[in-house]
Design a protein around this ligand. Structure first.
Ligand SMILES: Nc1ncnc2c1ncn2[C@@H]1O[C@H](COP(=O)(O)OP(=O)(O)OP(=O)(O)O)[C@@H](O)[C@H]1O
Ligand SMILES: [Mg+2]
Length: 492
């Protein structure tokens, strides 16, 4: 014992260092009674007083019992620590599981929202397509008659001016139906390799000449072979619509950046973006430094007729059309936006990998006169009438029937005299395709031209593959009809 410390003092000091230690004080007499001890060392089970003289067996037994007790206490404390560790680990795991569950729930509701949005767009698309189809038939009448009037009127005549005004208005209406059809995703007008860098170059060129000088235009075109399969003018329309939106979002100036790169989308990306399918895509992005799109309207921007512009300022068809056209090209479109910082619209189009020469675009020549007998098959009276007159004007002899069955009957009787059949695509009784097959059954050499308000979709393309000689898109003017007919007859 250190000098000056008795057994009790020493015990108290030892316990400061190791509170678990068992202590036996061996003493012949004591200055302390039990209460004094309790006051000095606290009430404890770690202390035993062994009165001298003691028996050595008694002492050994006590030592064994105390050692065992100490071991058990140590084990209990380890187990407790281990248990606490397990509880801590499990708590962390549970927190993670709850967070994952919450994230999965959020993703699920996001997917459901996208699905609902997709279904809504699909339904509006079907409606829009129906309206555009009927409209195109009416416009075929208006455009056709106005182009005939122009041909028949004398120069300087009031009738000529009126016909031109009707033609201009109808052409604008036809552009609008084209936009609706574009949205309605009923096929491409053409299906050729398109160099998207040329498309962007054209749009940037037009913008550079026309928009406010406070807006800068930058190109960052990194895709090596930016060729996709589709319709060049529709794709130009998409880029133009995005660029015009970017311009409109920067009334006080800013920058529009067109960028491209080739990207590989894998299964994992497609799991998070259910509208995408894996593959190699051309990513075309149009970025602006404008107002951005507030969160609450972001999910509506692709809806037809949704606009935040004032009355008479926006049709709300720009993005709807872009959405439809891109979808129609087996691609998809996404919007990223931050209010006050700007917007990026990303368009993904499947890459086709071919390099192509520059397309010089379509040209519209003067009407081409002709001769021969033509059978017109269309269920719309206005279309039958105007096409009959237009063809008559061009020098053809024309017979008209209402549907596919009548066409087959007529062809059965007069087939050898008929040089060309112009077939509507969508008709009751027997549609354009069925009718064409029936006519081919009668005469494998039959010459037929497809006339439809819908774009060149899978069905129309199949008919061309089956031997139809061409395709004329309603509504058309005299020159377009004459060119398609002449080409089908091998005279164009
Ligand atoms: N780059 C953009 N920055 C900010 N808002 C945008 C952007 N692009 C689209 N929007 C928002 O989405 C809406 C719909 O765009 P959309 O192009 O379909 O129609 P619009 O631009 O309003 O009409 P229009 O195209 O006939 O001028 C816009 O009114 C605007 O609120
Ligand atoms: Mg717009």
């Amino acid at each position: 014992m250190p000098p000056g410390w008795d057994g009790v003092e020493t015990t108290a000091r030892i316990w400061e260092v190791d509170p678990g230690l068992q202590v036996v004080i061996c003493t012949a007499y004591s200055d302390y009674d039990w209460v004094d001890l309790a006051n000095k060392l606290g009430r404890t089970d770690r202390l035993l007083i062994l009165k001298k003289p003691f028996d050595s067996i008694e002492a050994r037994q006590m030592a064994c019992a105390l050692t065992e007790k100490w071991k058990l206490a140590r084990q209990a404390s380890w187990k407790l620590e281990k248990l606490e560790g397990m509880v801590r680990e499990r708590t962390v795991e549970l927190r993670r599981e709850i967070a994952e569950h919450k994230q999965a729930e959020e993703e699920k509701s996001k997917l459901e929202e996208r699905l609902r949005q997709g279904q809504k767009m699909e339904a509006i698309g079907t409606l829009a397509s129906g309206i555009a189809h009927d409209f195109n038939n009416l416009l075929t009448g208006i455009l056709g008659y106005s182009s005939m009037l122009k041909l028949l009127a004398q120069p300087g005549d009031d009738v000529l001016e009126a016909a031109e005004a009707i033609g201009r208005a109808a052409t604008r209406a036809a552009e609008f139906t084209k936009q609706i059809l574009g949205f309605a995703r009923r096929g491409k007008l053409q299906n050729t390799p398109v160099d998207v860098h040329h498309v962007i170059g054209d749009v940037a060129g037009i913008l550079g000449r026309t928009i406010d000088k406070k807006i800068g235009i930058a190109l960052s075109l990194h895709a090596e072979s930016p060729v996709v399969t589709g319709d060049p003018s529709q794709l130009q329309q998409v880029v133009m619509n995005l660029a015009v939106n970017a311009r409109d979002a920067m009334p006080t100036g800013g920058e529009i950046i067109f960028a491209t790169e080739a990207v590989d989308l894998d299964e994992e990306y497609c799991r998070d973006h259910p509208h995408a399918s894996p593959g190699r895509y051309l990513l075309v992005s149009v970025t602006d430094t404008g107002t951005g799109i507030p969160e609450e309207v972001r999910h509506r921007v692709f809806e037809p007729f949704f606009t935040t512009k004032g009355p008479g300022e926006g049709t709300g068809m720009g993005l709807a059309m872009a959405y439809g056209i891109v979808k129609n090209h087996d691609g998809f479109i996404e919007v990223y936006s931050e209010v006050g910082r700007g917007t990026t619209v990303k368009v993904y189009l499947p890459l086709c990998g071919e390099a192509i020469a520059r397309d010089e675009g379509p040209r519209l020549a003067a009407p081409i006169p002709g001769g021969g007998r033509i059978l017109v098959v269309d269920d719309e009276e206005v279309v039958r009438e105007v096409v009959e007159r237009m063809l008559g004007c061009l020098g053809y002899e024309v017979a008209c029937v209402h549907n596919g069955r009548e066409a087959a009957d007529h062809y059965g009787k007069h087939g050898p005299d008929i040089d060309l059949v112009i077939l509507d695509m969508t008709m009751p009784v027997m549609d354009g395709g069925e009718c064409f097959r029936a006519l081919k059954g009668l005469d494998p050499e039959v010459k037929a031209l497809l006339s439809t308000g819908h774009a060149l979709n899978g069905t129309a393309q199949r008919l061309l593959d089956e031997g139809m000689l061409g395709f004329v898109q309603k509504p058309y003017v005299l020159a377009q009809l004459s060119e398609a007919v002449a080409r089908a007859l091998g005279r164009g």
